[in-house]
Design a protein around this ligand. Structure first.
Ligand code: TXD
Length: 310
């Protein structure tokens, strides 16, 4: 009998703890929750484990401050980082989170040399790059979560607008996270019917705009902290596709060199996720307008990555 799969989640904050919840309750594997704060991951891990008899899942959940406990993980989700504090510039945040993501990646890579890394920490497009450099892993075993979240938001808004099941709505986004996201309405559909057939151009623009600002909308409501339910669900969907070798085509920050003329950066593209990570980046012909938007987004990622010193 094969042993259960093992998932490590680094950063037991809002996104990390919710990811542990989704992953354990779906019985994707045993979960190890790691944080730098003493006691907190142990407490959250034990609390979640104590929910298992009620919810009926047989996943072990442990919390730890020691990376030795993460050994032999199949997937590692990295959510560790600091939020931006008052007075902190964007560059300061990049520098601080680079330091954190670099250090946690080196430790998880040492104990789980065969793992697939799914990076969540912000600024996402830069932190995937940092994790790739720090791990020394082949690029296909390092991927960032953003597109699944952005497209889930877009799907939610489309379903609400048309009063249909979210399950029948697919949406397609490319490019960087948030503002520079490139939605592709012609590939976004309801039961296979492109939304361009069902909604006016103005309405689509409105939904796209809300999706671009989706993170900010939640921050504005929460006042402290940022979104965590949907981001963690998105990271766990990627984890499931890897662990079960489902080969789902999901929008992820994947390494692209010749693909879309990116030239060696991680950017949001449709990727086939299965055992061992990104099995393929799916390329297709873009319209002139889409190409320009994607190039603008990719240029933003290049400039961000060039500010990083490791
Ligand atoms: O779409 C996306 N990619 C995102 C990204 C969507 C939502 C959140 N996004 C980013 O994920 C967010 O901007 C943050 O950079 C991360 C985690 O967000 P979360 O809301 O979970 O932040 P928290 O609650 O502050 O949790 C971060 C945890 C916290 O418990 C710290 O103690 C821990 O990270 N931390 C560390 N753990 C281990 N090792 C080190 N060095 C460390 N430093 C901080």
């Amino acid at each position: 009998m094969p042993a259960r799969k093992k998932i490590t989640i680094v950063g037991a904050g809002m996104v990390g703890a919710s990811a542990a919840h989704w992953a354990a309750s779906k019985e994707l594997g045993d979960v190890c929750l790691v944080d730098i704060v003493e006691g907190m991951p142990q407490g959250k891990g034990l609390d979640l484990r104590e929910a298992s008899p009620v919810e009926g899942f047989d996943s072990d959940v442990v919390g730890s401050n020691d990376y030795a406990d993460t050994a032999g993980s199949d997937v590692v989700i990295i959510t560790a980082g600091l939020p931006r504090k008052p007075g902190m510039s964007r560059d300061d945040l990049v520098a601080k989170n680079t330091e954190i993501v670099k250090s946690v990646t080196e430790q998880v890579a040492y104990y789980s040399p065969e793992a697939v890394l799914i990076v969540v920490s912000n600024p996402l497009d830069a932190m995937v790059y940092v994790a790739h450099q720090a791990s020394g892993f082949p690029a296909h075993r390092v991927v960032g979560m953003a597109g699944v979240l952005d497209s889930a938001r877009f799907r939610t808004f489309i379903a609400d607008e048309l009063d249909v099941s979210v399950e029948d709505v697919t949406a397609f986004v490319l490019g960087g996270h948030g503002d520079s996201m490139v939605p592709l309405p012609r590939f976004s559909s309801v039961a296979g019917i492109p939304i361009t057939e069902l909604l006016s151009r103005e309405k689509i623009e409105e939904l796209v705009d809300r999706t671009r600002k989706g993170g900010g909308e939640i921050v504005g409501l929460l006042k402290t902290g940022s979104a965590f339910f949907a981001p963690s669900a998105a990271a766990v969907q990627m984890t499931e596709s890897v662990l079960k070798d489902k080969k789902r085509i999901l929008p992820c920050a994947a390494y692209c060199d010749k693909e879309y003329n990116v030239g060696g950066y991680f950017v949001g593209v449709p990727a086939k996720l299965g055992a061992g990570g990104v099995k393929q980046v799916i390329e297709f012909n873009l319209t002139e307008e889409e190409r320009e938007q994607l190039e603008g987004s990719v240029q933003g990622v290049r400039e961000l990555v060039q500010t990083i010193s490791m």
